[in-house]
Design a protein around this ligand. Structure first.
Ligand code: 7RM
Length: 650
């Protein structure tokens, strides 16, 4: 949700960490933060080398950073295995018998895996993948619900040097197929289904449709729902038939620091999602470091990040970051309101969750469901709360603090992206005084700033582009298969800087207020989508001549999708067509992309050079009072007059 300038400037409440919290924290004061920031700024390579050396390397790097904009290589010549840093090194200590994974399924079934057990399962899965023909460098697609096998599969891939490409289970067969094709994946790991709001998500059926005509040779199927699924002879194998019989012993090979750990698809400004590529040493350093600093994890903690592993938040803060720290993570399979609106609070009380990390869209839903739901449960185990995915509005921030944190838990509002790999801007819970709605200051080592297009710094409270001026270890290395797009998108906008695509301002205290995207990316319930992606889905329908998609502010989801559609000649523009088109988008991309509203127009407003005037459509869609407040799109005359007045302005 983007915030108005007014709400930002009048927002002067501030909450300092309690002395009690600060005393035990990793970073205990702003003075300590400033000192760390200064050290990292003066000697970034020395700083990051120190952090990286806390991982398990089998060969030390010869050069910390090789930087030729836009190409970064971190810990050059170093060798490691990500799964060893996450598992083997803990198994060699008392943590062998510590819980690594606490899991709860939506129906209420539970599983607990110690580090020792998780290590065994990962070794078995690694051996099984090798037996299926997966080699170092082969891409493995993972399309699973939130079950332990999802983490096991990711770590098994990492263990054998096979990059994973996790696809969120809410994506359609079509979207899965596109990603499999782009990554040229050899194997896909899925399940007979997953539980969501009491129903089974038909993952295997989607896979069957997605893999037609692709490079996929094998489909590994986890049995989750005791669901009848068709198994194709010679292609499909059960996880339990292959993994359960594999040897639990696997000697991990070390890989180059810059070996690809994974690609993860995310939406950009075009219709084609980008395969964001991360490498082993740098990514793991970032995930490890930020988990330690921002979530201040201790051995007694139970850390619950509610993100699905299909998103980068799930990669970094369900799997790699917490496990690299030897922490205990909780994983939940299903919906937050199944069977009732208090499922999350029930889970927190039942397992004794201490650190809880979720998205503003979820917090706003909880607010709407009512204070009685969290009040029913004992939330006294919580000591720290986190937020991620979109700007958090101050109202939701205050509700989170009062109703969930009982005015006792610090809140860390963490700004970062799929591309950054790990958290970039966030309070440190024992040090940073927080202001509701601000992600506060960049982490030590992160040279974030707000600048104008020409790279000059914006003044206090002046809006500008959020950029990062120096390389950091967990930065993306490329867009898979399109290095030129990588260069243009991230390093072609503001000279010399990484451009994040977000607008922001810094206040007089140097606190960052992220305002939201400045490109054609929209954020719907914390899910990142491109307007062009939804437009492509719409125009692929035979009854559509043209479509333009914009985001409109939405109290719950942050943004809602509004599609302006011009039907083909002779096609009736009615509610029935709107319904068909909404379903069509859902089947092309996934339910998360289904337009909230479809508005029909005889023609779309365009500039003389033929560009759709999105700004005008955004104003129309949000019913802006400043102009066009009585506009209905069916009134083409009004739209044309509006377009003219916009054209005069430009
Ligand atoms: C982690 C994640 C990235 C986009 C990013 C922003 C928005 C994320 C915050 C935020 C304001 C935050 N990766 N965003 N976190 N905006 N405050 N704390 O979400 O690649 O899926 O999305 O999300 O616009 O560019 S993502």
């Amino acid at each position: 949700m983007s915030q108005s300038i007014e709400s930002v400037l009048t927002e002067n409440r501030s909450f300092a960490p309690s002395e009690e919290f600060a005393r035990a924290a990793q970073v205990k004061s702003m003075a300590q933060y400033e000192e760390m920031y200064r050290r990292a700024d003066e000697d970034p390579e020395g700083y990051w080398a120190e952090v990286a050396s806390e991982l398990a390397w089998t060969k030390k790097w010869s050069k910390t950073l090789d930087w030729k904009l836009p190409d970064a290589k971190w810990f050059v010549g170093g060798q490691l295995n990500a799964s060893v840093s996450c598992l083997d090194r803990h198994v060699a200590t008392w943590r062998k018998n510590k819980a690594a994974l606490l899991w709860e399924g939506e129906p209420g079934d539970t599983r607990v895996l110690t580090y020792g057990q998780l290590h065994r399962e990962v070794c078995k899965a690694a051996n099984a993948l090798i037996a299926l023909g997966v080699k170092k460098g082969d891409f493995v697609a993972i399309y699973l619900p939130m079950i332990p096998e999802a983490a096991i599969a990711m770590l098994a891939c990492a263990r054998i040097g096979a990059p994973h490409t996790v696809v969120f289970g809410g994506f359609s067969a079509e979207a899965l197929g596109d990603r499999i094709k782009d990554a040229k994946a050899k194997i896909v790991i899925t399940s007979d289904g997953g539980w969501r709001r009491g129903a089974i998500v038909p993952l295997k059926e989607n896979v069957d449709r997605a893999v037609e005509g692709t490079s996929i040779e094998k489909v590994v199927v986890v049995k989750r729902c005791a669901n009848d699924v068709a198994m194709k002879d010679g292609r499909d194998v059960w996880w339990h038939d292959t993994v359960d019989v594999a040897s639990p012993r696997h000697e991990a090979e070390s890989f180059d620091s810059e070996h690809t750990l994974f690609t993860l698809y995310t939406s950009g400004t075009t219709g084609k999602p980008k395969g964001i590529l991360h490498t082993t040493g740098g990514y793991l350093t970032g995930a490890y470091y930020t988990t330690k600093l921002v979530f201040d994890l201790r051995d007694e903690d139970i850390f619950w990040c509610t993100a699905d592993i299909g998103w980068v938040t799930g990669h970094s803060y369900v799997v790699y970051g917490p496990l690299a720290n030897g922490a205990t993570v909780l994983m939940y399979e299903g919906a937050p309101n199944q069977p009732g609106p208090d499922r999350f609070w029930d889970i927190i009380a039942k397992w004794g969750v201490t650190v809880f990390y979720t998205a503003p869209t979820a917090i706003r839903a909880f607010m709407r469901w009512g204070d009685q739901w969290p009040a029913k449960h004992d939330l006294s185990s919580l000591r720290l709360l986190g937020s991620v995915g979109e700007p958090i509005n101050p109202e939701a921030w205050m509700w989170y603090r009062e109703q969930i944190g009982h005015n006792r838990c610090p809140i860390v509002d963490t700004w970062w992206q799929t591309e950054t790999g790990s958290i970039m801007i966030s309070p440190l819970p024992g040090a940073t005084p927080t202001k509701p709605g601000s992600a506060t200051r960049p982490l030590p080592g992160i040279a974030a700033d707000v600048v104008h297009k020409d790279g000059t710094p914006a003044k206090a409270n002046e809006g500008g582009f959020l950029v990062i001026k120096k390389p950091w270890p967990s930065m993306l290395r490329t867009i898979f298969g399109d290095h030129e797009r990588f260069q243009k998108t991230y390093f072609g906008e503001v000279a010399g800087c990484y451009f994040a695509g977000d607008g922001a301002r810094k206040d007089a205290d140097g606190y960052f207020w992220v305002m939201g995207r400045v490109d054609d990316v929209i954020n719907v319930a914390g899910h990142r989508l491109s307007t062009m992606e939804v437009e492509s889905a719409l125009v692929s329908h035979p009854k559509v001549a043209e479509a333009a998609v914009v985001g409109r502010p939405d109290d719950l989801k942050g943004q809602a999708i509004v599609a302006f559609v011009t039907p083909r000649q002779g096609v009736a523009a009615d509610e029935a067509l709107a319904k068909v088109l909404r379903e069509h988008v859902s089947s092309q991309i996934g339910a998360l992309a289904r337009p909230e509203e479809i508005r029909f127009a005889e023609a779309l407003p365009k500039t003389r050079s033929g560009k759709i005037m999105r700004r005008l459509l955004r104003e129309v869609a949000s019913g802006s009072k400043s102009r066009g407040d009585t506009t209905t799109l069916e009134d083409q005359g009004v739209l044309e007059r509006l377009a003219q007045s916009f054209a005069q302005e430009e």
